[in-house]
Design a protein around this ligand. Sequence first.
Ligand SMILES: Cc1cc2nc3c(=O)[nH]c(=O)nc-3n(C[C@H](O)[C@H](O)[C@H](O)COP(=O)(O)O)c2cc1C
Length: 177
Amino acid sequence: MSLPTFLTISGSLRAGSFNTAILEHFAQFANGQANVAHSHYLGQLPLYNQDLDTDTPPAVVAAARAEIAASDFVVVATPEYNYGIPGPVKNWFDWMSRPYGAHVFLGKKVFIIGSAPSPRGGKNAVEYLRLGFTAIQAVVVGDEVLLPNIHETLNAAKSGDDATLTSVYTHILQSCQ
Ligand SMILES: Cc1cc2nc3c(=O)[nH]c(=O)nc-3n(C[C@H](O)[C@H](O)[C@H](O)COP(=O)(O)O)c2cc1C
């Protein structure tokens, strides 16, 4: 039996991103249960311009859409910036939400995580994405997952206490079936 395929997308372009670290950790956790690939297109997309969003969009846009279409599930982990969704994530979301009514997220199961070193855990970005994905008729699965104080959680995981993260990863795998 073939394993389900997951595409992970980090809402942060920062090399030392906590959100990217969570997704890398998830890929290790899911090894043997799922095939997990990480998307690198978020920072490569041009700024959304409807004039460019034709039947032949920029190649990088087509490639970013194609890897979503080819995946069974998408997992997004993101911080919030200034109580909102980070600009690169909104840009990516707008590109991926088109063509209207025929985009790659129609019916796609999406799991959303927010994390931040602050006590907020990316709350507003997660709330926005849960609403936005539902509005474009993706299927948001699982509970709202916020990981506040994520630097402490990741440090604890490095020291062997990964109960918080493994419960999230288990919830992802159980929700994505
Ligand atoms: C422009 C900017 C705005 C930020 N705004 C918020 C915010 O509204 N709420 C919050 O919890 N953290 C905020 N932060 C802190 C981020 O949560 C923190 O930098 C986090 O580590 C970013 O995620 P990453 O580790 O995946 O890059 C902000 C950071 C930046 C650079």
